[in-house]
Ligand binder design. Structure first.
Ligand SMILES: *Cc1c(COP(=O)(O)O)cnc(C)c1O
Length: 390
């Protein structure tokens, strides 16, 4: 064999059958071979276990999928290249022209843009309601045959709590599927409810490091099977290295989520008593309108706090620019604390009525609490609130 040939056929490394690495190796690999063409065909058709091509399936990615399905208490999971992609794939994969989708004003902006823009272009209609309006939901489901009810809890950005039992019961009674974007609540909450599909951004709590992007859809086998046939053709698969980094990240997920929740609770209580702040929204605060519902549905309340600066829009700029320990940036769930000023919070696609319903005001700021020392965070917030004025 000449060297030119040899470098294209490197030596195989045999792993003894009784000797295992603790971490699954990163399968940085696109193609798999089989001894016979027939077996390759059977794998590609899904008739036997095995791998064929990494756009369809990859062992590193598969390990992450199985881990997430177990955490969320469902049979199957499909991971994607971003959270937004998981949202889009689910909405596109489950609807067709003539279908009707219900979603809520308080939710994540890009999801709204997919439903109102992309789905509408393909003939899927929608109704947008407030997440608090259960009567409106019942009226809408009675009046219009609905394919899917899409909701969040807590909602991003303003942390409203959805009545999951009521929403899923109404949807079920009217033959609609339910999908929850569970990104803020994490992978370990809400699994006991009668929800058909869980959608996540893996970019937030999976590693907490803000180093990789991804998304996931978690549901019963039949629904994921239905989504996968489209997904293979869209090609927005997660790569093996990102999946491995996420598997590693999940090993510290519970420690991070719980610590961040407990620090966020302390910061929310601090802000609630500060004269420069109003409408502090954190599901763990006893003063919240849905505090009892939140406590029934969740064990931990996450890292996100939303509040309004009494002094308004410009004070929000000054406040976030005065913070030393909070990065001025979107996203949440990372180990460092983050702050979104009002300038980054204003939805551009809302009528004044929708904006009022959304709960986002001119002085609304969103914080995500990280793993820093809680006294350091409070001191930083104190000095920045003072600089922002009242
Ligand atoms: C961040 C986020 C997404 C989108 O996730 P990306 O990974 O940024 O694409 C979707 N839904 C919610 C609720 C989010 O917070």
């Amino acid at each position: 064999m000449k060297d030119e040939t040899r470098v294209n056929h490197p030596p195989a490394i045999e792993l003894p059958g009784d000797n295992y690495p603790l971490n699954l190796p990163i399968f940085q690999n696109v193609k798999w071979e089989t001894e016979t063409v027939l077996e390759g065909e059977r794998i590609a058709r899904g008739e036997r276990p095995g791998f064929f091509y990494s756009r369809l399936s990859n062992p590193s990615v598969r390990q992450l999928e199985l881990m997430l399905a177990q955490l969320q208490r469902r049979d199957e999971c499909m991971v994607t290249a971003s959270g937004v992609n998981a949202v889009a794939q689910t909405l596109i994969g489950l609807t067709r022209a003539g279908d009707h989708v219900v979603f809520f004003t308080e939710g994540y902006g890009p999801t709204r843009q997919i439903i109102r823009g992309m789905l509408a272009r393909f003939g899927v209609t929608h109704s947008m309601l407030s997440i608090d309006d259960l009567e409106g939901l019942e009226r809408t489901l009675t009046a219009r045959k609905t394919r899917l009810v899409w909701f969040e809890s807590p909602t991003n950005p303003i942390n409203k709590i959805a009545d999951i039992e009521a929403i899923t019961r109404l949807a079920r009674a009217h033959g609609a599927l339910t999908a929850i974007d569970n990104t803020a609540a994490g992978f370990h909450q809400h699994g006991e409810f009668d929800i058909d599909l869980f959608v996540h951004s893996l970019t937030k709590f999976t590693t907490g490091a803000g180093d990789v992007m991804g998304g996931a859809v978690i549901a019963r086998r039949e629904l994921i099977g239905q989504l996968r046939s489209d997904f293979r053709l869209f090609g927005a698969h997660l790569d093996a290295l990102s999946a491995s980094i996420m598997v590693r990240g999940l090993k510290t997920y519970f420690v991070r989520y719980r610590q961040q929740s407990s620090s966020a609770q302390a910061v929310a209580e601090f802000l609630e008593h500060h004269p420069a702040c109003t409408r502090v929204r954190y599901p763990g605060l006893a003063s919240q309108p849905k505090a009892e519902l939140a406590r029934r549905q969740m064990r931990e309340f996450g890292s996100v706090i939303c509040f309004d600066l009494v002094a308004g829009y410009e004070a929000g700029r000054k406040f976030t620019e005065s913070l030393q320990l909070f990065a001025r940036t979107p996203s949440f769930g990372s180990t460092e604390s983050l702050a979104m000023p009002p300038q980054m919070m204003q939805p551009k696609d809302f009528s004044p009525e929708d904006l009022a319903l959304s709960g986002i005001g001119p002085g609304t700021v969103r914080l995500s609490i990280g793993l820093e020392d809680i006294e350091d965070l409070k001191a930083d917030l104190s000095q920045a609130l003072e600089k922002a004025g009242q």
